[in-house]
Design a protein around this ligand. Sequence first.
Ligand code: PEP
Length: 251
Amino acid sequence: MTRPRLVVGNWKMNPPTIAEAVALARAVVSAAPAGDVTMAVAPPAVALAMVAEAVRGTRVLVYTQDVHWEDKGAYTGGIAASMLAGVAVGTIVGHSEVRRDLGDDDIRVARKLARAIAAGLRVVLCVGESEAQHLAGETESVVARQVAADVAPLRANRERAAQLVIAYEPIWAIGTGRPATAAHATAAARMIRRTLETAGLPGDGTPVLYGGSVTAAGVREFSTADGIDGALVGGASLKAEEFGAIVRAFA
Ligand code: PEP
């Protein structure tokens, strides 16, 4: 089955200033290859509006790195999905660093996902096992458990599921320079799709990305991997030329 291909750059808490974020966004536009791979950047919240302005009218889309699970109210520091209209077309949800640092569990991730989709945003839902779970051979059970819980609000709503992409991101591979193998990512993607089908959602039609130490030098492992439709890229997305090369590998 042919699925849409997507590469998203997660800039995390970089670069240090809004001006540099805008400059990076412009460089990403200049380095963007032609083709039908969807490409997006996810800058820090403070730079979203300026980056959105810098890429407007180009093929580079803007995602945010997280959204709040409520739509308004007394949530200091929160950004509601509905506030992103005109600024971001999508959001990352459930990134392992947010789960670790802000205490997101699967219940909260599911609520964020539901809010984002209801607001019309595209969602990249991140799932993946810890190093200890990996070593214990629990990858597939962990991923299945996370996906089942996180997509619960979409259950059997195939229309809304069209806004969903899942990123398989083994935690032990993020920022370590030790990516998973293609075989490992393919097995996880297979389990993700099986779990979606069980939830009444289109497993075969849902794009699955790989994330974790993807670089231009190593991207072929994943761009040619069975069942992998793109990448979520952290460190390497801060170098426009390298990010462009990663996108090109999925074309
Ligand atoms: C990420 O943060 O989602 C990620 C994959 O980071 P890196 O590419 O740096 O491993």
